[in-house]
Design a protein around this ligand. Structure first.
Ligand code: TRP
Length: 332
């Protein structure tokens, strides 16, 4: 690989992404490929920390992989793979776990949330989830990690684990930095704009999925909750309109002042329709490309097989050195 900084990021295999995942994360992965060496991964091993239907998990993992390609991740430029295909992650995770404190993991807010939401299955994988995430990143000695705000605490922990390892065994791991995109980093629910847009929302109208068809997208935007005023402007307290402006801005490239003047004197109805159309038009090529890739199973398989081979080659060098450092006996 060329001598550029290394980016690593992972995404859960939910099968389709929300507009929030797209604008906040995946969309920004594409331009990064020109400036950095990029490694992207579909984290099926993280997914099983909550109960999954095996058939759906397999399908969702493949769909997520194809969708990343449809969103512009280029397997010639970047390494794109499925986490469970690359055994170094699990191997490193064990060693890092032995360098992570129970107390540190107990403080993770996502663990606290999830163990409440899945109170009948607080398994140890859910608890050590951030250790596996640290292994994902450190197995490549990544410099930068694009993450949403909800993952910042996990990344901070990855840095702490790396630092502790370096103190115990001598300088080795790069301390990964967060890479947070400036615009549209957070897309809110269309039904309760004080909440993040989430695929697990009970109300399907709250969420735009990037594979939704045009009519569905427009219908959901038409029903978006706003306020009782009538002016399209970005202002504190106008959470619904602020969210729609953020979305519109990120798919059209227009700034807030331009949007305000475009819709001055027009009502929310016109604005919502325009946002719906702009989003649907923006997502159309992705849907088309996804359909094309999904129909070509052999090509998809070739891509993820080669991706895993490259990822193994890269991470094996690093993990072998870690094995030596902690005192494991050489195999060969
Ligand atoms: N935990 C991340 C999420 O839920 C996904 C993830 C797994 C990840 N491993 C990673 C993100 C490594 C960045 C780097 O969004």
């Amino acid at each position: 690989m060329e001598d550029k900084k290394l980016i690593f990021s992972g995404i859960q295999p939910t099968g389709t992404f929300t507009l929030g995942n797209y604008i906040g994360a995946v969309r920004n992965w594409k331009p990064l490929q020109d400036e950095y060496n990029c490694i992207y991964c579909v984290v099926d091993m993280h997914a099983i920390t909550v109960r999954q239907d095996p058939i759906k998990l397999r399908q969702n993992t493949l769909n997520s992989y194809a969708l990343l390609m449809a969103c512009g991740i280029d397997v010639e430029k970047s390494i794109l793979f499925i986490q469970s295909h690359v055994k170094t992650h699990a191997e490193l995770s064990w060693i890092l776990g032995c360098n992570t404190q129970f107390g540190e993991l107990s403080r993770m807010t996502q663990f606290k949330d999830k163990s409440q939401r899945h109170a009948d299955d607080v398994n140890s994988g859910l608890f050590t989830y951030p250790v596996l995430m640290a292994a994902d990143i450190l197995a490549y000695n990544a410099d930068l990690v694009p993450v949403g705000v909800d993952q910042k605490q996990h990344l901070e922990l990855a840095r702490n684990i790396a630092q502790r390892f370096n103190q115990r065994y001598g300088d080795f791991f790069t301390l990964p930095e967060p890479y947070i995109a400036e615009i549209g980093a957070k897309v809110m629910s269309l039904q309760d704009p004080t909440k993040k847009m989430s695929k697990s929302d009970d109300n399907p109208n709250a969420v735009i999925l990037i594979l939704d068809d045009k009519d569905t997208i427009i219908r959901k935007f038409k029903r978006a909750v706003t306020d009782s005023e009538a002016e399209v402007c970005y202002r504190d307290g106008k959470d619904g309109i602020n969210n729609l402006m953020t979305i519109y801005s990120s798919v059209t490239g227009k700034n807030f002042a331009e949007i305000e003047s475009e819709f001055s004197g027009k009502g929310y109805g016109d604005f919502k329709l325009a946002v719906g159309e702009a989003v649907a038009d923006h997502l159309e090529p992705i849907r088309t490309e996804f359909a094309r890739l999904s129909a070509d199973k052999a090509y998809l398989k070739k891509c993820y097989t080669e991706g895993a081979e490259k990822a193994i080659r890269y991470s094996q060098r690093i993990v072998s050195k870690v094995y030596r450092k902690v005192g494991f006996v050489d195999k060969t």
